[in-house]
Design a protein around this ligand. Structure first.
Ligand code: FUB
Length: 324
């Protein structure tokens, strides 16, 4: 039996994507990208995704209406941002709420910034500059049981992850291909006050069933963008989009920083090019928040949805066929 809101656009008055869902203070908050209608041709760098601000959504429970809490942060209020406020996440720490978001700086380089509020839906006050040493897109923030807070991030192609392989930015950097090892997402630990990284960012490894790193040509399984972390019975589950093949997959480890072993598929392709998700436990049941383009039919005008996620006792996740 599906819930009344399940697999339906949660809001339709604005376009929303990349939903990072959390339960804060007994209520469901969704931190999405706010897609805008732009007559820009699609390209591999994602120039069609010209988002300018964030609106936080909330629901009293899974069957209640989804509320748009209004403008939470605009690019006009962030000194270092030039454009493209892409997929954000949020964390509650020290009694405050932190919105963690990627955007292009004045040089057109994706960086990751933090903004703070006393309320989960904002409005948020941004830090003056981006996190030093941060780059690329799609931050997912995870606080472990020892209260350490980590950032998983990075995206290929328009997300610029390949451009940092040498340690500094190189627009012409070689993209791993064929039998070369695929790039994994990045991983770093936040300071307790969420103002900086206190570890040097490192690439995470995703291994196949033989303990070998996934190859760049393995597009059905290798990492592309949109990381998320959840734990289940003490183990760490890294899930992500495979981009070009449009799957959400997952890999498992006994540590937050891997190495991770590929396990399987969580979500078959949705309508649209991108697929991006979050996983959250609500009242003892797991849910997947995701998006598609049901409302518009346009790649960069997406709508967020949720559906039930079944996880077996051993941590195996049942694959979701979104239109069954
Ligand atoms: O929303 C812009 C980009 O599209 C995100 O950063 C990616 O994960 C993809 O969903």
């Amino acid at each position: 039996m599906r819930r009344p809101n399940e697999r339906k656009p949660l809001v339709s008055h604005i376009y929303t994507a990349d939903p990072s869902a959390h339960v804060f203070d007994g209520k469901i908050y969704i931190y999405p990208s706010h897609d805008v209608e732009r007559d820009v041709p699609d390209d591999d760098d994602g120039e069609q995704y010209m988002m300018e601000d964030y609106h936080i959504l909330s629901m009293d429970d899974l069957d209640s209406p989804c509320i748009d809490n209004g403008l939470a942060l605009s690019q006009d209020d962030v000194p270092w941002v030039s454009k493209q406020m892409w997929a954000p996440d949020a964390v509650k720490k020290n009694g405050k709420y932190y919105l963690v978001f990627p955007a292009k700086d004045k040089e057109g380089i994706f960086r990751i910034g933090v903004a703070e509020s006393d309320k989960p839906a904002g409005p948020f006050t941004p830090q003056e500059n981006f996190i030093e040493g941060s780059y690329s897109i799609d931050p997912a923030v995870f606080t472990d049981k020892d209260d350490k807070t980590y950032c998983y991030y990075g995206g290929l192609w328009g997300g610029q992850l390949e451009m940092w392989q040498s340690g500094s930015f190189d627009r012409d950097a070689h993209r791993p291909e064929g039998d070369e090892d695929a790039l994994g997402p990045m991983f770093a630990q936040f300071s307790d006050d969420m103002t900086r990284f206190i570890t040097t960012p490192k690439h995470l490894s995703i291994l196949d069933e033989n303990g070998k790193p996934l190859k760049a040509k393995d597009e059905d399984r290798r990492y592309f963008e949109g990381p998320w972390m959840h734990t289940f019975k003490g183990r760490y589950y890294l899930s992500y989009s495979t981009g070009t093949t449009h799957f959400i997959c997952y890999a498992e480890s006994d540590r937050p920083d891997g190495p991770f072993t590929y396990k399987g598929r969580i979500l078959e392709p949705v309508k649209g090019w991108t697929t991006h998700h979050s996983i959250v436990e609500i009242d003892g049941q797991w849910y997947l928040f995701y998006h598609d383009i049901e409302l518009s039919g346009v790649t960069h005008e997406r709508c967020v949805k949720y559906t039930k996620l079944n996880i077996s006792e051993d941590g195996t996740i049942e694959t979701i066929h979104p239109y069954d």
